[in-house]
Design a protein around this ligand. Structure first.
Ligand code: LMR
Length: 396
């Protein structure tokens, strides 16, 4: 059976990690996969996570099956974090949340659920979007189409193009929106633009699927959820996929959530039963450890306060790096205007250089970024930024 297979290329994002690890150049820089790194280039475990894990180790008393929904406490805490406890969708009992194996697991079960609602449904994703979105949605049987989003020439949002395209999508289509920290462009909708998109969603009737992988990495926990909360106020049905990989630094624990909003409590219950069946036929039930860490933190005022401080530190470091790299490029004689990097948000930015230049950075300077010239800003530090700016100047 295997004999007919042809080897596939490595994943465009994860494949970089392996190459980076093999590289023996002491000056190598990893700007590939979206993980937070401190000044020393290390992805450390948050202190609040360490404390929650200790608590978990001391108090856990069973390893029995957890069930397809995952931990009820985690689900409740995440729902409150995403929407705020006084949001009308919670007050009206219209949200149902499950724990999932990471944000990708959330997207996959959301896609399976959408396919259960409408076989081969069309989902519209931004051009560009996270490299794995298309694969995840297609694997679940959905048809993927794109709407304009990023204006590559002017390094800004193509908002008119986006809005016009969304006005034309089908009433029973799904539209994927990034809640914040758009991956890969770093270019987010502002509050007024969210209001316009919410109006279009309401008029056209499409269902928004909101991917929130970076809550707290853009402007703040509430600011980053502004568009999502507004959208939840505007539409009858919606799905949110969220991740604890970045904001809790729990990457390898694989913990995220999928939240369904139904038009009524009854329709939410019915939809939820279908979602649970999709999960049961897929991975059966989610892993428990990451959820236990997150719920322990969110259930403790002290640990939550500590988490807020640690999250702010990560956010501020990344945002600070944006100005640092722009200044260093100027210092190294680069005349091309890269100031757009400071107007973007979250983990990523498009440098806007050619695939050949990206490849030269990798081959000649051991600097790793995704082929689209997506840079993970978190990989920049005081100790590597001069070398990075000089190398970019050379390939330009
Ligand atoms: C990324 O975009 O780099 C992250 O979301 C990690 C991943 O799984 O691709």
């Amino acid at each position: 059976m295997f004999a007919s297979l042809k080897a596939l290329p490595a994943d465009p994002i994860l494949g970089l990690l392996a190459k980076y690890k093999e590289d023996t150049n002491p000056q190598k820089i990893d700007l590939g996969v979206g993980v937070y790194k401190n000044e020393a280039g290390h992805t450390a475990i948050l202190d609040c996570v360490k404390k929650a894990e200790k608590f978990r180790l001391d108090t856990e008393d069973t390893k029995v099956y957890i069930g397809p929904t995952g931990s009820p406490l985690f689900n409740e805490k995440m729902t409150n974090l995403i929407f705020t406890p006084d949001h009308q969708v919670i007050a009206n009992n219209r949200v149902r949340t499950v724990s999932t194996p990471g944000g990708t697991g959330a997207l996959r079960v959301a896609a399976e659920f959408i396919n259960s609602c409408k076989n081969n449904a069309t989902i519209w994703v931004s051009n560009p979007t996270w490299a794995n979105h298309q694969g995840v949605f297609q694997a679940a049987g959905l048809t993927v189409k794109t709407y304009p989003y990023y204006d590559y020439e002017n390094k800004c949002l193509d908002f008119d193009g986006m809005l016009n395209a969304l006005k034309e999508v089908g009433g029973d289509d799904v539209v994927l929106l990034h809640a914040c920290c758009h991956n890969p462009s770093g270019m987010d909708l502002n509050n007024e633009q969210w209001q316009q998109v919410a109006e279009v969603a309401k008029t056209v009737g499409f269902m928004p699927l909101i991917d929130m992988a970076y809550q707290g990495f853009g402007q703040g926990l509430d600011e980053d959820a502004y568009g999502l909360r507004l959208m939840a106020d505007s539409v009858k049905e919606m799905i949110v996929c969220s991740s604890c990989s970045k904001n809790f630094g729990l990457y390898r624990e694989r913990i995220g959530a999928c939240s369904l909003i139904g038009e009524t409590a009854l329709s939410a219950d019915i939809a939820f039963s279908v979602l649970l069946s999709d999960i049961r036929c897929n991975y059966s039930m989610p892993p428990a450890h990451g959820a236990a860490i997150v719920e322990t933190i969110l259930n403790s005022d002290e640990l939550t306060a500590q988490w807020h401080i640690e999250l702010k530190e990560m956010r501020n470091r990344i945002n600070g790096n944006r100005q640092v790299i722009v200044d260093k490029l100027i210092e190294n004689g680069v005349t091309r205007d890269f100031s757009f990097i400071t107007r973007q948000s979250g983990m990523f930015s498009f440098l806007g250089i050619s695939p050949e230049q990206v490849q030269r950075l990798q081959d000649e300077f051991s600097i790793y970024m995704v082929g689209s010239s997506r840079m993970s800003i978190a990989g920049i530090s005081q100790s590597n930024v001069d070398y990075l700016a000089q190398s970019i100047a050379k390939v330009l």
